[in-house]
Ligand binder design. Structure first.
Ligand code: GLN
Length: 550
C-alpha cells in the first residue's frame, strides 16, 4: 500500500541547537528515507547561512567535501547524505547560501527591479529565501529544508525569520519544525542534562518558532521522566521528544528513528490518517550485512586531507558500499601522501590489498601519490585513481615507462614541464562552449556536473559498467592532454573512455595489470548503499581477491 496525498506539499524545517556537528544532515536524510518507506515522495534542501556563494572555494579542512550534483552545483556534503539515503538526485534548486541570496538581491537592485525601495534584510532577503524554499517543486509530498549552522548564530537569523513566515503563510498543517539538540551526559552527576536543550528552544521561541519535535542526540536512552521534563519545559508533546542515540553505523539511523516513533509522529502532526506502515526491509538488509561481514579487506587511500576525513565523505561511503555489495567490511587505511614521500611507498602500502588515490588540488604531496601509484602498478595491487588520482597515474606512466622524466601537470609545474595534463581552455557542454582561463575566477569555473563518456567495448571499464555509454559527475579544471595518447599507448596505458566528441579523456586503464583504472570523474558521488557504484563493487572485489593471494 502506498500513501497518496492529494493536497499540496508539506514543509519540514530542520534546525540545530546547542552545538554544531550534531548530524542534522543525516537526521534530515534519515527522516526523508522513512517518509519514502511509507510511500511518500520527498525532496531535501539545504540552506547554508555562510557568505560564500558556494563551498567550491572553501578549504576541505574547513568545510569537508564539496559535493557536486548532476546539474553542476557545488554544494554542501549534506546533499551527499540526502542522495545516499533517498536516492533522489539533488539539483541546483536544492542548495542555497547567503552568498547566493545576496548576489541575487544585489543583481535585482542594480537592475532596478525594486523600483526605488530601500533594500533590507526583511523583506528583501527573506523574500528571496522564501522564493528558494517554494521554488521548483512538482509533485513532492514533503519538502525537508535543513538550516545550516546553530540557532543563535547571527548569520542564521534571516533564515529563521523566513521559515517562521513560510509556516505562517502556509498554515501549521503544512509546516513542521524539528529541532535537533544535544543531551550531554555528565559523568560526575551520572545524568543526561536537559538544560542546554531548554535554552536552545527558548532561543528559537525568541524568533517566533515553536518546535513541534525535538530530536535529542544522546549517548544513551532517555529515561521517560527526562522526556516528560523536556516536553513540559519546551512546550512539546512528550511523544515528539525523540531520542537519537549514537549509532554503530549511519545506515542504522532510519531504523532507530522509526523505532522511536519519529515518522509516525510526523504523519500525525500533518493529520495523515492511517499512513502506510514504513517498509524498512532495505535498511534492515544493509545493516545485517554490515553487522555480519564474511571478512575484512584493507584498502589504502593515499591523499592529502587525511587529517579531516569529512573531506573524503562520499569516497569513504562508496568504499563501504563496495564492501556491502561483496558482503565484506572495507577497512580504509588513510595515508598522507607526504608520509610516503618521507618513508617510501612500501612502508605504508605493504599491508593493504588495494590502493586508491582520490581527487585533490595543488602540489603538496603529489610526488608521494605518484610513488604510491608506481608501487601499485609494480606489485599488481588493484588501483583506482579518481580525478587528480587519474592525472597522477598518467604522469607516473609517462615518467617511469615512457621515460619522459619531466612529465607533469601544468597545475603544479606551469610551463616548466612536459604538459601531459593541462588546462583545456574550451570545451562543449550541451552545445555551448565553456571557457576557462588560467587567471579567471576560481569559483564555479571548473568542468562541473554530469558529462557523458563513451567506453571502448573491449575495456575492463565497459565490462564493469555493463554499458559503453555512461554519465558521471566532474569537478576539475585540468585534463589529460590527448596529444600524448600515442605515447601513453606505447607505454601500456589505454584511454578507454572519452567524451562523445573524442576530445576529452575520461578513463584510462593498464591492460597488463589485473585491475588498474583511472577516471577523470567522481564515481563516489553517485554510489548509494542500496545501489553501490559498479566501479567500487569491482574494485573491492579485486582487493578481496588480491588479499587471498597475499
Ligand atoms: N586539481 C585537478 C584539476 O583541477 C583535479 C581536481 C580533482 O581531483 N577534483 O583538474
Amino acid at each position: 500500500m502506498t500513501n497518496t496525498m492529494n493536497s499540496q506539499p508539506k514543509f519540514i524545517f530542520i534546525t540545530g541547537g546547542v552545538v554544531s556537528s550534531l548530524g542534522k544532515g543525516l537526521a534530515s536524510a534519515s527522516l526523508a528515507s522513512l517518509l519514502q518507506a511509507r510511500g511518500f515522495k520527498v525532496r531535501l534542501r539545504k540552506l547554508d547561512p555562510y557568505l560564500n556563494v558556494d563551498p567550491g572555494t572553501m578549504s576541505p579542512y574547513q568545510h569537508g567535501e564539496v559535493y557536486v550534483t548532476d546539474d553542476g552545483t557545488e554544494a554542501d556534503l549534506d546533499l551527499g547524505h540526502y542522495e545516499r539515503f533517498s536516492g533522489v538526485p539533488a539539483k541546483k534548486t536544492d542548495s542555497i547560501t547567503t552568498g547566493k541570496i545576496y548576489q541575487r538581491v544585489i543583481d535585482k537592485e542594480r537592475h532596478g527591479d525594486y523600483l526605488g525601495a530601500t533594500i533590507q534584510v526583511i523583506p528583501h532577503v527573506t523574500n528571496e529565501i522564501k522564493d528558494f524554499i517554494l521554488s521548483d517543486i512538482t509533485d513532492e509530498d514533503f519538502v525537508l529544508c535543513e538550516i545550516g549552522g546553530t540557532v543563535g548564530d547571527i548569520e542564521g537569523q534571516p533564515y529563521l525569520e523566513t521559515i517562521r513566515q513560510v509556516a505562517y503563510d502556509l498554515g501549521r498543517d503544512r509546516a513542521m519544525f524539528i529541532h535537533v539538540t544535544l543531551l550531554p551526559y555528565i559523568p560526575t552527576a551520572g545524568e543526561l542534562k536537559t538544560k542546554p536543550t531548554q535554552h536552545s528552544v527558548k532561543k528559537l521561541q525568541e524568533y517566533g518558532i515553536q518546535p513541534d519535535m525535538l530530536l535529542c542526540r544522546t549517548q544513551m536512552d532517555i529515561p521517560q521522566n527526562e522526556k516528560r521534563k523536556i516536553a513540559l519545559f519546551c512546550n512539546i508533546r512528550e511523544e515528539n521528544v525523540i531520542a537519537a542515540k549514537d549509532a554503530a553505523n549511519i545506515y542504522q539511523v532510519p531504523i532507530a528513528y522509526s523505532k522511536e516513533g519519529m515518522d509516525a509522529q510526523v504523519c500525525k502532526h500533518f493529520g495523515i490518517e492511517n499512513p502506510a506502515p514504513a517498509d524498512l526491509s532495505k535498511w534492515e538488509r544493509i545493516v545485517d550485512i554490515i553487522a555480519h561481514p564474511e571478512g575484512e579487506v584493507r584498502i589504502g587511500v593515499v591523499g592529502k586531507y587525511t587529517q579531516l576525513l569529512e573531506a573524503y565523505k562520499s569516497l569513504g561511503e562508496a568504499l563501504s558500499h563496495g564492501g556491502i555489495a561483496n558482503h565484506y567490511k572495507v577497512k580504509i587505511k588513510w595515508i598522507d601522501s607526504e608520509d610516503i614521500e618521507k618513508d617510501g611507498a612500501a612502508a605504508h602500502l605493504n599491508d593493504v590489498s588495494a590502493v586508491l588515490v582520490p581527487g585533490g588540488f595543488g602540489a603538496r604531496g603529489t610526488e608521494g601519490k605518484i610513488m604510491a601509484i608506481e608501487y601499485a602498478r609494480e606489485n599488481k595491487l588493484p588501483f583506482l585513481g579518481i580525478c587528480f588520482g587519474m592525472q597522477m597515474a598518467v604522469i607516473e606512466t609517462m615518467r617511469h615507462i615512457a621515460g619522459i622524466s619531466d612529465a607533469n601537470t601544468t597545475e603544479i609545474a606551469g610551463s616548466n614541464c612536459t604538459p601531459v595534463v593541462g588546462l583545456m581552455t574550451e570545451w562543449d557542454k550541451e552545445g555551448f562552449k565553456q571557457i576557462r582561463t588560467k587567471d579567471g575566477d576560481l569559483g564555479g569555473t571548473m568542468r562541473l556536473g554530469a558529462y557523458e563518456s563513451v567506453l571502448s567495448p573491449d575495456s575492463l571499464a565497459c565490462k564493469i559498467y555493463g554499458s559503453d555509454k555512461i554519465s558521471e559527475r566532474h569537478r576539475h579544471r585540468y585534463e589529460v592532454n590527448m596529444s600524448y595518447e600515442p605515447t601513453l599507448n606505447q607505454a601500456g596505458m589505454k584511454i578507454v573512455g572519452k567524451s562523445p566528441d573524442g576530445l576529452l579523456p575520461e578513463i584510462v586503464e593498464r591492460p597488463d595489470h589485473p585491475w588498474f583504472i583511472g577516471v577523470q570523474f567522481h564515481p563516489e558521488l553517485k554510489s548509494k548503499p542500496f545501489a553501490p557504484h559498479p566501479l567500487f563493487v569491482s574494485f573491492v572485489k579485486a582487493a578481496i581477491e588480491k588479499s587471498r593471494l597475499l
